[in-house]
Every structure is written in C-alpha cells, then in structure tokens.
Ligand binder design. Structure first.
Ligand SMILES: O=C(O)c1ccccc1NCC(=O)[C@H](O)[C@H](O)COP(=O)(O)O
Length: 222
C-alpha cells in the first residue's frame, strides 16, 4: 500500500510567468498555479500590451495572483498597467529603487540578478536597499540583462538568512524543480521557458508535470 502524503503546513507556491493567451491562463489556474505573470519588459518576446493583460486577468480563477513584470519601464507605463490590469503583485527586474517600486501602492517582488558579477546579494544589503519589498526573486540573468532565458544559475549563490520570502527563478523545469526545491527551500518557484512550447505559448502537459513535481517535493521527507 502506498504511504499517504505527510501533511505539512507549508507548500511551495507556484508562479507561471509570461502568458500571452487567455486559454493558457485558465488551464494554469485549473492545474494549481498560485500566480500568473504578465511581462511588460521592453524587447521581451513575451511582452503584452496592458489591454491584452487585462483580458487575460479576467480569465484568472479566484484566489490566484496576477503579477505584472517590469524591467526599467517608465513610471507612466507602470501606472497605466496598474490602472488597467489591477495586478495584485508587481515584479521589478531592473535598476528600480525601493521608492520607485513602492510608488504604485501594490506589493512588489524585487528580482535579484544572480548571473555574472554578484552585487547587492548580501541579505542585509537586500533589506537595506529594498525595505518595502514583499520578497525577493532570485533569477539567473546578469544585472542589466533580460530574464526568461531558461538558464539556471548556481543555487549555492543564494544568500543565506534572507528574512523575507524568496522565489527561485531561472531555468526551472518539470525535470529539475523537485531537486531545486529540496536544494533551496524557496517560498515559491517561478517558471516561464520550462512550461512552454515556444516563447509565450504555454504547454498543458508541461504545466501539469511541473505542478506534480512541486507537490512531490512538498511531500518529500528525508
Ligand atoms: O520573460 C522575459 O522575457 C523577461 C524579460 C525581462 C525580464 C524578465 C523576464 N522574465 C522573467 C521571468 O519570466 C521569470 O521571472 C523567470 O526569469 C523565469 O524565466 P525562465 O528562465 O524562462 O523560466
């Protein structure tokens, strides 16, 4: 007889990012995603207009967060997305400072670039620099470069003792998410390329497999 899953009080949150089609949003919610991300960063192959994101936001199931992702966008662009899309969380990948990130009255995650030369990654430096952040997202891109590359970074570089929830991102796939969770014990995991058939086009089988692997990690006991 198989062992029942141990009941823990914690489960790893799942954010799927880079949606361009309302049907994919609906399916992701049914499969158990906790948050759905829309990319507004200039030059991204997953970039959507505020009007498109607004339509996808309406496809969101209750109790699922809508996350708006930016990278050094002008303040008016961010304001317009917030007005039209009503995201419950913002995610900033560029050189935005705490004052900028807080200016929209919406909780925010600050993405910390973990590729290339590391800067600001010491826990106390992160807290000092972004006191208003709801949490941090460690991603594989280098400072100034775009994310969503499907590449991992060296998880041992994640600072020890971060006092806020952190999300692991960058090259996470259905095949490595189990190992990634056990290695880093994140608050949540974020994936874009690893659940796609092409940039912006999500794959139902990959999303399902990803969620199954996260649940398996959450039930795992050494
Ligand atoms: O997705 C983009 O094109 C993008 C552009 C600029 C900054 C960030 C971007 N994406 C970030 C994400 O989608 C996720 O936070 C994360 O990096 C996951 O990406 P992936 O490695 O593709 O799983």
């Amino acid at each position: 007889m198989s062992q029942p899953c141990p009941r823990t009080l914690f489960r790893t949150r799942i954010k799927f990012c880079g949606f361009t089609r309302p049907g994919d949003v609906r399916l992701a919610c049914e499969l158990g995603a906790d948050a759905i991300g829309f990319v507004f960063a200039a030059g991204s192959s997953r970039r959507v207009a505020a009007e498109e994101a607004r339509a996808m936001r309406q496809a969101l199931a209750p109790l699922v967060d809508a996350v708006a992702l930016f990278m050094d966008n002008p303040v008016d662009e961010v304001r317009e997305v917030v007005r039209q899309v009503r995201p419950s969380l913002l995610q900033f990948h560029g050189n935005e400072d705490d004052a900028f990130c807080r200016a929209f009255g919406v909780p925010y995650l600050k993405a910390i670039p973990m590729g290339g030369e590391l800067a600001d990654q010491h826990p106390s430096a992160l807290h000092t620099r972004y006191p208003g952040a709801a949490g941090f997202l460690f991603d594989s891109h280098a400072k100034g470069s775009s994310g969503g590359s499907g590449k991992t970074f060296d998880w041992t570089r994640i600072p020890v003792g971060v006092q806020k929830p952190f999300v692991l991102a960058g090259g996470i796939t259905p095949e490595n998410v189990f190992e990634a969770i056990l290695a880093t014990l994140p608050w949540g995991v974020d994936v874009s390329s690893g659940i796609e058939s092409a940039p912006g086009l999500k794959d139902g089988d990959k999303m399902r497999h990803f969620v199954e692997e996260v649940r398996r990690a959450d039930c795992h006991v050494d």
